[in-house]
Design a protein around this ligand. Structure first.
Ligand SMILES: Nc1ncnc2c1ncn2[C@@H]1O[C@H](COP(=O)(O)OP(=O)(O)OP(=O)(O)O)[C@@H](O)[C@H]1O
Length: 364
């Protein structure tokens, strides 16, 4: 296993790129720690698969270097990189038995028969297929075949990393949770570096210790699920993570207040002059409904989502969601909303800005 370093890495599919807009991956500098459980999260087309394929060697980057430990593998072929990759759709040999499928990567490496037997038994147990080992893969369900692919990805103990590219796409919804939990446990038991690509925040947040969020070919934040929720570094992270996502409102930032039209919203710190488009962001969980103070809001509707209700309102023409406390009563069509000042993020041209001074809580 090894630490993986991406240095000044970029990739374009165009032979003659005209500029940044032609790059599927803009410049990336990132280190994946040895033994880490990472999720690579982002919307469709943001460059996740391109990045995985550069790491595994299926593609050569247009720019930059890839290091495994201290060794430069940028020009090394896939086979030399010692990477296991599990794809969206099952890759199994139909004419082989489940046991033969699982044993394949070990046989290829010339491992001893006894070792192969015991390791395959162990992996079969991990993926819950110990009773089907002697069956041919042909005729198994898509779920079962993908479980074999997962098992094959994990059967080798000597890999530098295991890359999962949306591996649960074909898995039945009720099995997804179970497999995700199993993968997490496998990571804890075996300590491989794992990179799990998904566009599903629940998958990312439950699997990973650290989530790498990509947007438009860039890495916009690397953080724990809690950091992404509490302190999104970019507006994309704000609205992509959370359900519903962060509320974002255009505002003029004036020291320790945000002005929205003629209304003032107190902030949790003092900000210097900001340039570009300025916005404030607040999670629906950190907004409260008030009858007296706060921003005037028009109520659009209330959604009952099972665990709680979500108020959908409009403030100065922008949609705002509020998670309602249990039993909360609502006025018919308008109300006022209070944003918790210390939970408000300030963004300039989509990037989170740090306050020059946090607010003095003593009041002096
Ligand atoms: N072989 C290719 N040739 C040309 N353009 C490509 C190729 N593969 C990907 N792209 C483009 O590169 C960008 C990133 O694609 P990529 O598949 O890496 O994104 P992704 O985040 O994995 O998306 P998805 O979740 O839909 O798989 C997209 O604009 C895509 O159209």
């Amino acid at each position: 296993m090894a630490k993986i370093t991406l240095s000044n890495l970029a990739h374009t599919y165009f032979p003659y790129p005209r500029g940044e807009q032609d790059y599927a991956l803009k410049t990336i500098d990132l280190t994946w720690d040895d033994g880490g459980a990472y999720a690579l999260l982002g919307a469709s087309g943001c460059g996740k698969s391109t990045l995985l394929n550069l790491i595994s060697g299926l593609r050569r980057p247009s720019q930059g270097r890839i290091l495994f430990g201290d060794g430069d593998v940028t020009d090394a072929p896939t086979a030399e990189r010692n990477i296991a990759q599990v794809f969206q759709f099952p890759v199994v040999y139909d004419t082989m038995t489940v046991r033969e499928n699982l044993a394949f990567p070990l046989r290829n490496r010339g491992m001893k028969k006894d070792y192969i037997q015991s390791r395959v038994d162990q992996v079969a147990q991990m993926i819950g297929m110990e009773d089907t080992l002697s069956r041919k893969a042909r005729g198994l369900t898509a779920d079962a075949k993908q479980k074999i692919s997962l098992g094959r990805g994990m059967v080798r103990e000597d890999v530098n990393a295991i890359l999962f590219d949306e591996p649960l796409t074909v898995i039945d919804p009720h099995l997804k949770w179970e497999l995700r939990t199993q993968l997490k446990k496998l990571h804890q038991d075996f300590g491989h570096t794992m990179i799990y690509v998904t566009h599903d925040q629940t998958e990312a947040l439950t699997f990973a210790d650290k989530v790498v969020v990509m947007h438009d070919g860039r890495i916009v934040q690397v953080g724990t699920p809690e950091e992404l929720f509490e302190r999104p570094a970019h507006t994309f992270v704000g609205y992509f993570i959370g359900s519903p996502g962060m509320n974002l409102l255009d505002a003029v930032i004036d020291s320790d207040v945000a002005r929205i039209g003629e209304h003032k919203v107190p902030l949790g710190g003092t900000f210097g002059p900001l340039t570009g488009r300025t916005q404030i962001g607040i999670r629906p969980e950190h907004v409260t409904v008030s009858r007296t103070g706060g921003l005037p809001a028009t109520i659009l509707r209330v959604d009952d989502v099972g665990r709680h209700r979500i108020l959908r309102a409009e403030v100065a023409g922008a949609p705002v969601a509020v998670v309602l406390p249990e039993g909360a009563e609502l006025p018919a069509d308008s109300c006022r909303l209070i944003f918790q000042p210390e939970k408000i993020g300030v963004f300039a041209d989509d990037w989170r800005m740090a306050p020059e001074h946090p607010k003095d809580r003593s009041g002096s």
